[in-house]
Design a protein around this ligand. Sequence first.
Ligand code: ADP
Ligand code: MG
Length: 491
Amino acid sequence: MSNLLKGNKYEWEIVIGLEIHAQVKSNSKLFSNSSTAFGSKPNSQVSLVDAAMPGMLPVINSYCVEQAIKTGIGLNAEINNYSVFDRKNYFYADLPQGYQISQYKFPIVGEGKVSIDFKDGSSKDIRIVRLHLEQDAGKSLHDQNPTKTYVDLNRSGVALMEIVSEPDIRSAEEAGLYISKIRSILMYLDTCDGNMQEGSLRADVNISVRRPGEEYGTRCEIKNLNSIKFIKQAINYEAKRQIEILEEGGIIEQNTLLFNTNSGKTRPMRSKEEAHDYRYFPDPDLLPLEIDQKVIDKLVKSIPELPDERKRKYVEEYNLSNYDASVLTADKSVSDFFDRVINSDNLLKDSAKIVVNWITSELFSLLKENNIEIAHSPISPEHLGRMVKLIKEDIISGKIAKDVLIEMFESKAGPEIIIEKKGLRQLTNTNEIENIVDEVLQENKKMVEQYLSGKDKLLGFFVGQSMKKSKGKANPKILNDILKIKLSKKN
Ligand code: ADP
Ligand code: MG
Protein backbone atom coordinates (compact mmCIF):
# COMPACT_ATOMS: atom_id res chain seq x y z
CA MET A 1 0.00 0.00 0.00
CA SER A 2 3.03 2.26 0.30
CA ASN A 3 2.79 2.51 -3.48
CA LEU A 4 -0.11 4.94 -3.34
CA LEU A 5 0.50 8.37 -4.79
CA LYS A 6 -0.99 11.42 -3.10
CA GLY A 7 -2.85 13.85 -5.30
CA ASN A 8 -4.30 17.13 -4.03
CA LYS A 9 -7.59 15.46 -3.16
CA TYR A 10 -7.18 11.69 -3.13
CA GLU A 11 -4.70 8.87 -3.04
CA TRP A 12 -4.10 7.06 -6.32
CA GLU A 13 -2.71 3.75 -7.46
CA ILE A 14 -0.56 3.60 -10.60
CA VAL A 15 -1.23 0.68 -12.95
CA ILE A 16 1.50 -0.22 -15.43
CA GLY A 17 1.94 -2.81 -18.18
CA LEU A 18 5.11 -3.11 -20.24
CA GLU A 19 5.67 -4.18 -23.82
CA ILE A 20 9.37 -4.97 -24.02
CA HIS A 21 11.13 -5.27 -27.35
CA ALA A 22 14.20 -7.45 -27.07
CA GLN A 23 16.48 -7.98 -30.03
CA VAL A 24 17.14 -11.68 -30.53
CA LYS A 25 20.83 -12.51 -30.21
CA SER A 26 21.51 -14.05 -33.60
CA ASN A 27 24.10 -13.49 -36.31
CA SER A 28 21.49 -13.18 -39.02
CA LYS A 29 18.06 -11.65 -39.41
CA LEU A 30 14.62 -13.23 -38.86
CA PHE A 31 13.87 -13.94 -42.54
CA SER A 32 17.18 -13.35 -44.33
CA ASN A 33 20.85 -14.19 -43.97
CA SER A 34 22.09 -10.58 -43.59
CA SER A 35 24.30 -9.79 -40.64
CA THR A 36 22.89 -8.14 -37.51
CA ALA A 37 26.21 -6.63 -36.32
CA PHE A 38 25.74 -3.29 -34.56
CA GLY A 39 27.37 -0.09 -35.76
CA SER A 40 28.25 -1.14 -39.32
CA LYS A 41 28.28 1.25 -42.27
CA PRO A 42 24.68 2.25 -43.14
CA ASN A 43 22.94 -0.08 -45.60
CA SER A 44 25.86 -2.53 -45.65
CA GLN A 45 23.74 -5.33 -44.18
CA VAL A 46 20.68 -5.25 -46.41
CA SER A 47 19.66 -8.21 -48.52
CA LEU A 48 17.07 -8.03 -51.26
CA VAL A 49 14.57 -9.50 -48.78
CA ASP A 50 15.32 -6.77 -46.19
CA ALA A 51 14.97 -4.10 -48.88
CA ALA A 52 11.64 -5.68 -49.91
CA MET A 53 12.48 -6.04 -53.57
CA PRO A 54 9.55 -7.42 -55.58
CA GLY A 55 9.37 -11.17 -55.67
CA MET A 56 11.63 -11.75 -52.67
CA LEU A 57 10.44 -14.37 -50.22
CA PRO A 58 11.10 -14.55 -46.48
CA VAL A 59 12.68 -17.74 -45.10
CA ILE A 60 12.36 -18.31 -41.37
CA ASN A 61 15.61 -18.42 -39.39
CA SER A 62 15.26 -21.47 -37.16
CA TYR A 63 17.88 -20.19 -34.72
CA CYS A 64 15.76 -17.12 -33.95
CA VAL A 65 12.79 -19.42 -33.34
CA GLU A 66 14.86 -21.49 -30.90
CA GLN A 67 15.98 -18.32 -29.12
CA ALA A 68 12.34 -17.25 -28.69
CA ILE A 69 11.41 -20.69 -27.33
CA LYS A 70 14.32 -20.63 -24.87
CA THR A 71 13.24 -17.19 -23.73
CA GLY A 72 9.70 -18.46 -23.23
CA ILE A 73 11.02 -21.32 -21.11
CA GLY A 74 13.09 -18.85 -19.06
CA LEU A 75 9.96 -16.76 -18.46
CA ASN A 76 8.16 -19.84 -17.09
CA ALA A 77 5.79 -19.56 -20.03
CA GLU A 78 3.73 -21.86 -22.18
CA ILE A 79 5.38 -22.64 -25.53
CA ASN A 80 2.88 -22.89 -28.37
CA ASN A 81 3.45 -25.73 -30.81
CA TYR A 82 1.48 -23.79 -33.37
CA SER A 83 1.97 -20.11 -34.16
CA VAL A 84 1.33 -17.85 -37.13
CA PHE A 85 3.16 -14.92 -38.74
CA ASP A 86 0.91 -12.02 -39.70
CA ARG A 87 1.41 -8.89 -41.69
CA LYS A 88 0.96 -5.69 -39.69
CA ASN A 89 0.36 -3.06 -42.32
CA TYR A 90 1.46 0.54 -42.02
CA PHE A 91 3.27 3.04 -44.16
CA TYR A 92 6.55 4.57 -43.10
CA ALA A 93 9.78 5.55 -44.81
CA ASP A 94 11.89 3.10 -42.81
CA LEU A 95 9.59 0.15 -43.60
CA PRO A 96 10.22 -0.83 -47.22
CA GLN A 97 7.78 -3.77 -47.20
CA GLY A 98 4.89 -1.52 -46.20
CA TYR A 99 4.16 -4.04 -43.47
CA GLN A 100 5.97 -5.62 -40.56
CA ILE A 101 5.92 -9.39 -40.21
CA SER A 102 4.75 -10.03 -36.66
CA GLN A 103 2.57 -12.48 -34.75
CA TYR A 104 -0.91 -11.49 -33.69
CA LYS A 105 -3.54 -14.07 -32.75
CA PHE A 106 -1.17 -17.00 -32.42
CA PRO A 107 2.11 -16.00 -30.76
CA ILE A 108 4.93 -18.49 -30.27
CA VAL A 109 4.87 -18.08 -26.47
CA GLY A 110 1.84 -17.75 -24.21
CA GLU A 111 1.33 -16.96 -20.52
CA GLY A 112 4.24 -16.91 -18.10
CA LYS A 113 5.52 -15.08 -15.05
CA VAL A 114 8.65 -13.56 -13.55
CA SER A 115 9.30 -12.56 -9.95
CA ILE A 116 10.85 -9.31 -8.76
CA ASP A 117 12.66 -8.86 -5.42
CA PHE A 118 12.37 -5.90 -3.07
CA LYS A 119 14.93 -4.56 -0.60
CA ASP A 120 12.87 -5.73 2.39
CA GLY A 121 13.30 -9.32 1.20
CA SER A 122 9.78 -9.74 -0.21
CA SER A 123 9.04 -10.65 -3.83
CA LYS A 124 6.17 -10.31 -6.26
CA ASP A 125 5.17 -12.10 -9.47
CA ILE A 126 4.49 -10.15 -12.65
CA ARG A 127 2.44 -12.12 -15.16
CA ILE A 128 3.46 -12.29 -18.82
CA VAL A 129 0.65 -12.29 -21.37
CA ARG A 130 2.67 -13.44 -24.37
CA LEU A 131 5.91 -13.28 -26.30
CA HIS A 132 5.87 -13.00 -30.06
CA LEU A 133 8.47 -12.76 -32.80
CA GLU A 134 8.54 -9.83 -35.20
CA GLN A 135 10.79 -7.88 -37.55
CA ASP A 136 12.47 -4.64 -36.59
CA ALA A 137 12.16 -1.66 -38.95
CA GLY A 138 14.98 0.43 -40.45
CA LYS A 139 16.10 3.77 -39.10
CA SER A 140 15.50 7.26 -40.43
CA LEU A 141 18.52 9.53 -40.06
CA HIS A 142 17.42 13.14 -39.70
CA ASP A 143 20.75 14.63 -38.67
CA GLN A 144 22.97 13.85 -41.66
CA ASN A 145 21.81 16.55 -44.04
CA PRO A 146 20.01 19.89 -43.44
CA THR A 147 17.32 19.28 -46.04
CA LYS A 148 17.14 15.52 -46.46
CA THR A 149 16.31 12.48 -44.36
CA TYR A 150 18.37 9.38 -45.05
CA VAL A 151 17.39 5.84 -44.25
CA ASP A 152 19.57 3.03 -42.90
CA LEU A 153 18.07 -0.41 -43.42
CA ASN A 154 20.71 -2.39 -41.51
CA ARG A 155 18.20 -3.00 -38.73
CA SER A 156 15.38 -3.80 -41.13
CA GLY A 157 14.32 -7.40 -40.62
CA VAL A 158 16.32 -8.03 -37.45
CA ALA A 159 14.42 -10.40 -35.13
CA LEU A 160 12.71 -8.92 -32.09
CA MET A 161 10.86 -10.63 -29.28
CA GLU A 162 7.98 -8.56 -27.94
CA ILE A 163 7.28 -9.51 -24.34
CA VAL A 164 3.94 -8.21 -23.07
CA SER A 165 3.15 -8.05 -19.36
CA GLU A 166 -0.21 -7.98 -17.62
CA PRO A 167 -0.89 -4.62 -15.94
CA ASP A 168 0.50 -6.02 -12.66
CA ILE A 169 3.13 -3.34 -12.05
CA ARG A 170 2.26 -0.70 -9.45
CA SER A 171 5.12 1.82 -9.32
CA ALA A 172 8.10 3.20 -11.19
CA GLU A 173 10.32 1.17 -8.86
CA GLU A 174 8.52 -2.07 -9.72
CA ALA A 175 8.75 -1.25 -13.43
CA GLY A 176 12.52 -0.80 -13.02
CA LEU A 177 12.86 -4.08 -11.14
CA TYR A 178 10.73 -5.87 -13.72
CA ILE A 179 12.69 -4.74 -16.76
CA SER A 180 15.99 -5.42 -14.96
CA LYS A 181 14.79 -8.93 -14.18
CA ILE A 182 13.73 -9.59 -17.77
CA ARG A 183 17.08 -8.24 -18.97
CA SER A 184 18.91 -10.46 -16.53
CA ILE A 185 17.00 -13.61 -17.57
CA LEU A 186 17.61 -12.92 -21.27
CA MET A 187 21.31 -12.39 -20.64
CA TYR A 188 21.63 -15.63 -18.67
CA LEU A 189 19.84 -17.40 -21.52
CA ASP A 190 22.07 -15.60 -24.04
CA THR A 191 19.00 -14.84 -26.16
CA CYS A 192 19.49 -11.04 -26.11
CA ASP A 193 22.62 -9.02 -25.37
CA GLY A 194 20.64 -6.71 -23.08
CA ASN A 195 22.42 -3.60 -24.34
CA MET A 196 19.86 -0.85 -23.73
CA GLN A 197 22.08 1.96 -25.07
CA GLU A 198 22.31 0.23 -28.42
CA GLY A 199 18.56 -0.34 -28.36
CA SER A 200 18.74 -4.13 -27.99
CA LEU A 201 16.19 -3.81 -25.21
CA ARG A 202 13.55 -1.10 -25.12
CA ALA A 203 10.06 -0.76 -23.77
CA ASP A 204 6.66 0.79 -24.44
CA VAL A 205 5.14 1.70 -21.10
CA ASN A 206 1.35 1.67 -20.58
CA ILE A 207 0.15 3.70 -17.62
CA SER A 208 -3.18 4.44 -15.99
CA VAL A 209 -4.18 5.55 -12.51
CA ARG A 210 -7.15 4.61 -10.33
CA ARG A 211 -8.46 5.14 -6.83
CA PRO A 212 -7.71 1.97 -4.84
CA GLY A 213 -10.39 -0.65 -5.37
CA GLU A 214 -11.76 0.91 -8.54
CA GLU A 215 -11.67 -0.55 -12.06
CA TYR A 216 -8.61 0.10 -14.24
CA GLY A 217 -8.57 3.59 -15.71
CA THR A 218 -7.89 4.63 -19.30
CA ARG A 219 -4.24 4.13 -20.16
CA CYS A 220 -1.69 6.07 -22.15
CA GLU A 221 1.24 4.39 -23.85
CA ILE A 222 4.71 5.95 -23.82
CA LYS A 223 6.71 4.68 -26.76
CA ASN A 224 10.22 3.40 -27.09
CA LEU A 225 12.08 4.03 -23.83
CA ASN A 226 15.61 2.67 -23.77
CA SER A 227 16.83 3.25 -20.23
CA ILE A 228 15.53 2.27 -16.82
CA LYS A 229 16.07 5.81 -15.60
CA PHE A 230 13.86 7.23 -18.36
CA ILE A 231 11.21 4.57 -17.77
CA LYS A 232 10.96 5.60 -14.12
CA GLN A 233 10.98 9.33 -14.91
CA ALA A 234 8.32 8.90 -17.59
CA ILE A 235 6.05 6.88 -15.27
CA ASN A 236 6.26 9.40 -12.46
CA TYR A 237 5.64 12.34 -14.75
CA GLU A 238 2.77 10.67 -16.58
CA ALA A 239 1.05 9.43 -13.41
CA LYS A 240 1.09 12.95 -11.95
CA ARG A 241 -0.25 14.38 -15.19
CA GLN A 242 -3.16 11.92 -15.23
CA ILE A 243 -3.95 12.47 -11.55
CA GLU A 244 -4.10 16.24 -12.02
CA ILE A 245 -6.51 15.89 -14.93
CA LEU A 246 -8.74 13.45 -13.05
CA GLU A 247 -8.84 15.50 -9.86
CA GLU A 248 -9.93 18.52 -11.86
CA GLY A 249 -12.84 16.48 -13.21
CA GLY A 250 -11.32 15.80 -16.62
CA ILE A 251 -11.01 12.49 -18.46
CA ILE A 252 -7.92 10.71 -19.76
CA GLU A 253 -7.78 10.24 -23.50
CA GLN A 254 -6.14 7.05 -24.64
CA ASN A 255 -3.10 8.56 -26.34
CA THR A 256 0.23 7.33 -27.55
CA LEU A 257 2.92 9.54 -26.05
CA LEU A 258 6.58 10.32 -26.55
CA PHE A 259 8.92 11.05 -23.66
CA ASN A 260 11.31 13.97 -24.01
CA THR A 261 14.47 12.92 -22.19
CA ASN A 262 15.67 16.54 -21.90
CA SER A 263 12.54 18.07 -20.38
CA GLY A 264 11.43 14.90 -18.54
CA LYS A 265 7.89 15.37 -19.92
CA THR A 266 5.57 13.30 -22.07
CA ARG A 267 3.79 14.71 -25.11
CA PRO A 268 1.15 13.26 -27.42
CA MET A 269 2.25 11.44 -30.57
CA ARG A 270 -1.20 10.34 -31.68
CA SER A 271 -4.68 9.93 -30.21
CA LYS A 272 -6.83 6.81 -30.27
CA GLU A 273 -8.78 8.23 -33.25
CA GLU A 274 -5.55 8.53 -35.18
CA ALA A 275 -4.51 5.02 -34.17
CA HIS A 276 -3.54 2.81 -37.07
CA ASP A 277 -5.79 0.11 -38.33
CA TYR A 278 -3.04 -2.38 -39.01
CA ARG A 279 -5.23 -4.71 -41.08
CA TYR A 280 -3.49 -7.79 -39.69
CA PHE A 281 -3.71 -10.94 -41.79
CA PRO A 282 -1.64 -14.14 -41.99
CA ASP A 283 1.40 -13.64 -44.20
CA PRO A 284 0.72 -15.74 -47.30
CA ASP A 285 4.48 -16.13 -47.89
CA LEU A 286 4.96 -18.03 -44.63
CA LEU A 287 3.48 -21.29 -43.42
CA PRO A 288 2.26 -21.49 -39.83
CA LEU A 289 5.10 -22.38 -37.51
CA GLU A 290 4.64 -25.91 -36.19
CA ILE A 291 7.11 -26.94 -33.54
CA ASP A 292 7.66 -30.54 -32.62
CA GLN A 293 7.42 -31.16 -28.87
CA LYS A 294 10.77 -32.98 -29.11
CA VAL A 295 12.45 -29.75 -30.16
CA ILE A 296 10.96 -27.95 -27.16
CA ASP A 297 11.97 -30.76 -24.78
CA LYS A 298 15.51 -30.61 -26.10
CA LEU A 299 15.64 -26.84 -25.58
CA VAL A 300 14.30 -27.23 -22.03
CA LYS A 301 17.33 -29.41 -21.31
CA SER A 302 19.69 -26.77 -22.72
CA ILE A 303 18.49 -24.01 -20.37
CA PRO A 304 21.34 -22.90 -18.08
CA GLU A 305 20.96 -22.10 -14.39
CA LEU A 306 18.85 -18.91 -14.24
CA PRO A 307 18.99 -16.05 -11.71
CA ASP A 308 16.15 -17.38 -9.53
CA GLU A 309 17.77 -20.80 -9.18
CA ARG A 310 21.11 -19.27 -8.31
CA LYS A 311 19.39 -16.98 -5.85
CA ARG A 312 17.75 -19.94 -4.12
CA LYS A 313 21.10 -21.72 -3.94
CA TYR A 314 22.77 -18.65 -2.41
CA VAL A 315 20.05 -18.34 0.22
CA GLU A 316 19.98 -22.03 1.08
CA GLU A 317 23.63 -22.99 0.84
CA TYR A 318 25.40 -19.77 1.74
CA ASN A 319 22.87 -18.21 4.11
CA LEU A 320 22.65 -14.98 2.16
CA SER A 321 19.56 -12.79 2.47
CA ASN A 322 17.05 -12.91 -0.37
CA TYR A 323 17.97 -9.36 -1.29
CA ASP A 324 21.75 -9.87 -1.23
CA ALA A 325 21.26 -12.95 -3.36
CA SER A 326 19.10 -11.07 -5.85
CA VAL A 327 21.63 -8.23 -6.15
CA LEU A 328 24.38 -10.76 -6.76
CA THR A 329 22.49 -12.79 -9.35
CA ALA A 330 21.01 -9.83 -11.25
CA ASP A 331 24.14 -9.60 -13.37
CA LYS A 332 25.40 -12.97 -14.56
CA SER A 333 29.03 -11.86 -14.67
CA VAL A 334 28.87 -10.73 -11.02
CA SER A 335 27.27 -14.02 -10.02
CA ASP A 336 29.90 -15.97 -12.00
CA PHE A 337 32.66 -14.02 -10.25
CA PHE A 338 31.15 -14.71 -6.82
CA ASP A 339 30.81 -18.41 -7.64
CA ARG A 340 34.48 -18.58 -8.57
CA VAL A 341 35.53 -16.86 -5.35
CA ILE A 342 33.40 -19.18 -3.22
CA ASN A 343 34.50 -22.29 -5.07
CA SER A 344 38.18 -21.39 -4.87
CA ASP A 345 38.40 -22.56 -1.25
CA ASN A 346 36.06 -24.62 0.90
CA LEU A 347 36.70 -22.38 3.88
CA LEU A 348 35.02 -19.49 2.07
CA LYS A 349 31.63 -21.20 1.92
CA ASP A 350 30.94 -20.07 5.50
CA SER A 351 32.03 -16.53 4.71
CA ALA A 352 29.77 -15.83 1.77
CA LYS A 353 28.44 -12.61 3.29
CA ILE A 354 31.99 -11.28 3.75
CA VAL A 355 32.79 -12.17 0.15
CA VAL A 356 29.62 -10.39 -1.03
CA ASN A 357 30.60 -7.29 0.90
CA TRP A 358 34.07 -7.21 -0.61
CA ILE A 359 32.64 -7.61 -4.11
CA THR A 360 29.77 -5.14 -3.85
CA SER A 361 31.60 -2.41 -1.97
CA GLU A 362 35.38 -2.31 -2.46
CA LEU A 363 35.73 -4.20 -5.73
CA PHE A 364 32.70 -2.53 -7.37
CA SER A 365 33.98 0.93 -6.53
CA LEU A 366 37.47 0.18 -7.90
CA LEU A 367 35.94 -1.23 -11.09
CA LYS A 368 33.61 1.73 -11.45
CA GLU A 369 36.36 4.30 -10.89
CA ASN A 370 38.40 2.66 -13.61
CA ASN A 371 35.47 1.89 -15.88
CA ILE A 372 36.23 -1.84 -16.04
CA GLU A 373 33.70 -4.67 -16.31
CA ILE A 374 33.86 -7.31 -13.59
CA ALA A 375 34.55 -9.97 -16.24
CA HIS A 376 37.86 -8.16 -16.87
CA SER A 377 38.65 -7.46 -13.23
CA PRO A 378 42.42 -7.16 -12.62
CA ILE A 379 41.76 -8.88 -9.28
CA SER A 380 40.97 -12.48 -10.08
CA PRO A 381 38.28 -14.31 -8.10
CA GLU A 382 40.98 -16.64 -6.75
CA HIS A 383 43.07 -13.72 -5.48
CA LEU A 384 40.06 -12.12 -3.81
CA GLY A 385 39.22 -15.46 -2.22
CA ARG A 386 42.75 -15.75 -0.84
CA MET A 387 42.57 -12.24 0.54
CA VAL A 388 39.32 -12.96 2.41
CA LYS A 389 40.94 -16.09 3.77
CA LEU A 390 43.92 -14.07 5.03
CA ILE A 391 41.52 -11.79 6.91
CA LYS A 392 39.73 -14.80 8.39
CA GLU A 393 43.03 -16.29 9.49
CA ASP A 394 44.00 -13.01 11.15
CA ILE A 395 47.02 -12.58 8.91
CA ILE A 396 45.78 -9.10 7.93
CA SER A 397 43.10 -6.83 9.36
CA GLY A 398 40.08 -5.78 7.37
CA LYS A 399 41.41 -2.25 7.31
CA ILE A 400 44.80 -3.21 5.89
CA ALA A 401 43.01 -5.47 3.45
CA LYS A 402 41.49 -2.43 1.76
CA ASP A 403 44.98 -1.14 0.95
CA VAL A 404 46.07 -4.59 -0.14
CA LEU A 405 43.06 -4.77 -2.46
CA ILE A 406 43.98 -1.49 -4.15
CA GLU A 407 47.52 -2.80 -4.61
CA MET A 408 46.15 -6.06 -6.03
CA PHE A 409 43.99 -4.08 -8.43
CA GLU A 410 46.94 -2.04 -9.67
CA SER A 411 49.56 -4.78 -9.85
CA LYS A 412 47.37 -7.83 -10.54
CA ALA A 413 49.53 -9.60 -7.95
CA GLY A 414 48.25 -12.05 -5.36
CA PRO A 415 47.65 -10.77 -1.81
CA GLU A 416 50.48 -12.76 -0.15
CA ILE A 417 53.20 -11.14 -2.25
CA ILE A 418 51.92 -7.65 -1.47
CA ILE A 419 51.61 -8.39 2.24
CA GLU A 420 55.16 -9.76 2.44
CA LYS A 421 56.70 -7.06 0.27
CA LYS A 422 55.10 -4.22 2.20
CA GLY A 423 55.36 -5.89 5.60
CA LEU A 424 51.63 -5.66 6.18
CA ARG A 425 51.25 -8.89 8.06
CA GLN A 426 49.12 -8.31 11.12
CA LEU A 427 50.85 -8.14 14.51
CA THR A 428 49.51 -10.95 16.64
CA ASN A 429 52.53 -11.29 18.85
CA THR A 430 51.27 -10.25 22.29
CA ASN A 431 54.67 -9.15 23.54
CA GLU A 432 55.17 -6.76 20.67
CA ILE A 433 51.69 -5.33 21.08
CA GLU A 434 52.22 -4.99 24.81
CA ASN A 435 55.36 -2.95 24.18
CA ILE A 436 53.48 -0.61 21.90
CA VAL A 437 50.67 -0.19 24.43
CA ASP A 438 53.16 0.50 27.21
CA GLU A 439 54.77 3.22 25.13
CA VAL A 440 51.43 4.85 24.37
CA LEU A 441 50.35 4.82 28.01
CA GLN A 442 53.73 6.19 28.99
CA GLU A 443 53.41 9.04 26.53
CA ASN A 444 49.91 9.97 27.64
CA LYS A 445 50.02 9.87 31.39
CA LYS A 446 47.48 12.67 31.84
CA MET A 447 44.97 10.90 29.72
CA VAL A 448 45.51 7.71 31.64
CA GLU A 449 44.69 9.54 34.85
CA GLN A 450 41.55 10.98 33.29
CA TYR A 451 40.55 7.53 32.10
CA LEU A 452 41.08 6.06 35.53
CA SER A 453 38.96 8.79 37.11
CA GLY A 454 36.03 7.70 34.96
CA LYS A 455 36.46 9.11 31.43
CA ASP A 456 35.78 5.72 29.77
CA LYS A 457 35.57 7.23 26.32
CA LEU A 458 39.34 7.66 26.26
CA LEU A 459 39.77 3.96 25.59
CA GLY A 460 39.12 4.71 21.92
CA PHE A 461 41.94 7.26 21.98
CA PHE A 462 44.42 4.72 23.37
CA VAL A 463 43.31 2.16 20.79
CA GLY A 464 43.78 4.72 18.02
CA GLN A 465 47.23 5.80 19.21
CA SER A 466 48.44 2.23 19.63
CA MET A 467 47.07 1.22 16.25
CA LYS A 468 48.84 4.19 14.70
CA LYS A 469 52.10 3.24 16.35
CA SER A 470 51.74 -0.29 14.97
CA LYS A 471 51.20 1.26 11.50
CA GLY A 472 47.72 -0.21 11.47
CA LYS A 473 49.04 -3.71 11.83
CA ALA A 474 48.08 -4.63 15.38
CA ASN A 475 45.37 -7.24 15.63
CA PRO A 476 42.47 -5.10 16.87
CA LYS A 477 41.08 -7.73 19.24
CA ILE A 478 44.38 -8.49 20.91
CA LEU A 479 45.15 -4.79 21.14
CA ASN A 480 41.83 -4.08 22.84
CA ASP A 481 42.27 -6.93 25.29
CA ILE A 482 45.78 -5.84 26.26
CA LEU A 483 44.71 -2.21 26.71
CA LYS A 484 41.84 -3.16 28.96
CA ILE A 485 44.01 -5.38 31.10
CA LYS A 486 46.78 -2.79 31.39
CA LEU A 487 44.39 0.01 32.26
CA SER A 488 42.56 -2.03 34.87
CA LYS A 489 45.84 -3.09 36.49
CA LYS A 490 46.62 0.54 37.03
CA ASN A 491 43.59 0.80 39.31
P1 ADP B 1 -3.16 -3.44 -27.26
O1 ADP B 1 -3.54 -4.70 -27.91
O2 ADP B 1 -4.05 -2.28 -27.58
O3 ADP B 1 -1.71 -3.10 -27.37
P2 ADP B 1 -3.09 -4.85 -24.78
O4 ADP B 1 -4.32 -5.30 -24.09
O5 ADP B 1 -2.28 -5.85 -25.51
O6 ADP B 1 -3.47 -3.65 -25.71
O7 ADP B 1 -2.17 -4.16 -23.71
C1 ADP B 1 -0.96 -3.62 -24.02
C2 ADP B 1 -0.25 -3.34 -22.72
O8 ADP B 1 -1.00 -2.42 -21.94
C3 ADP B 1 -0.09 -4.58 -21.85
O9 ADP B 1 1.23 -4.59 -21.34
C4 ADP B 1 -1.08 -4.39 -20.74
O10 ADP B 1 -0.62 -4.93 -19.52
C5 ADP B 1 -1.16 -2.89 -20.63
N1 ADP B 1 -2.46 -2.41 -20.12
C6 ADP B 1 -3.67 -2.82 -20.49
N2 ADP B 1 -4.63 -2.13 -19.80
C7 ADP B 1 -3.97 -1.25 -19.00
C8 ADP B 1 -4.39 -0.25 -18.07
N3 ADP B 1 -5.65 0.01 -17.85
N4 ADP B 1 -3.43 0.45 -17.43
C9 ADP B 1 -2.13 0.23 -17.67
N5 ADP B 1 -1.69 -0.69 -18.53
C10 ADP B 1 -2.58 -1.42 -19.20
MG1 MG C 1 0.26 -3.51 -27.97
